[in-house]
Design a protein around this ligand. Sequence first.
Ligand code: AKB
Length: 323
Amino acid sequence: MERILVIGANGQIGSELVEALAIQHGAANVVAADISPASLYGAQVYEVIDVLNAQRLADVVGQYQITQVYQLAALLSATGEQAPLKAWTLNMDGLLNILELARIRGAAGQPLKVFWPSSIAAFGPNTPAVNTPQYTVMDPSTIYGISKLAGERLCEYYFQKYGVDVRSIRYPGIISYKSPPGGGTTDYAIAIFHAALRGECYPCFLEEETTLPMIYMPDAIRATISLMDAPAAELSIRSSYNVAGVSFNPRELATAIKQNLPGFDIHYAPDSRQAIAATWPQSLDDAQARKDWGWQPEVGLQQMVQDMLKNIQVTPKELHKAA
Ligand code: AKB
């Protein structure tokens, strides 16, 4: 029986991951944790944990006899640029605290399996942008991307040197409607739906032809859990796997929204996030994830757009304006 701790449970991915894991493993076997108290998201227990507090982390893992930890607490690309040192400390020391704990527990015969998210931000301006290979030039230009690349190397190091069972995905931009995204460059692809349903013209902070890899949340959750459930012997990558969902640019997304809400309009007002997006891949080669653990995306652009428009909560007045 697995006992699972999700750190960063209040975040966009964390809240939905806790829900999915509670269904899979039983609510009593999932502990939701974040730096401030919030909802249980379907788990039975909530613990306040600052991932930078290694002792608190060790205490909670010991108390609940945790066997798997998902460490999702991080500052993303756009907010990271506002506070680079804070982003570096949280993103790196948070991961190191988990890896060290897994190393120590492993040596004591209490293995701790780790999931840690990397990102397309680990790539950079000299990375081939189309069908970006698993192994290629990686020269990230944001503090977030630099922390992701360094984190990938740490994951590989702890696996090779200490046998820590750590697994990771280079997440594309994640599109979802349940919880708001947390300060990323790909957030436009969520904000656009809210503007559309409010009947507003959306001021897009990326240029219209800026194509980025994205993934719909149900696919992202399925990918994460499939990777964690895969037999260790099948995994050839312990840094982080490329995983592709669907690639599109703001113009294509706006067109798909207009097909459902003909009155929708967008204008382009690129800001500093455009320079970040310009260094990221447009699409990913995820052949290794497909081969090693059977990854296969299920949701395309049209289906995602319809599902988002159906599920985002807006008031009847807003809906009326959007029609
Ligand atoms: C961001 O935009 O910073 C994130 C990411 C791609 O990791 N969504």
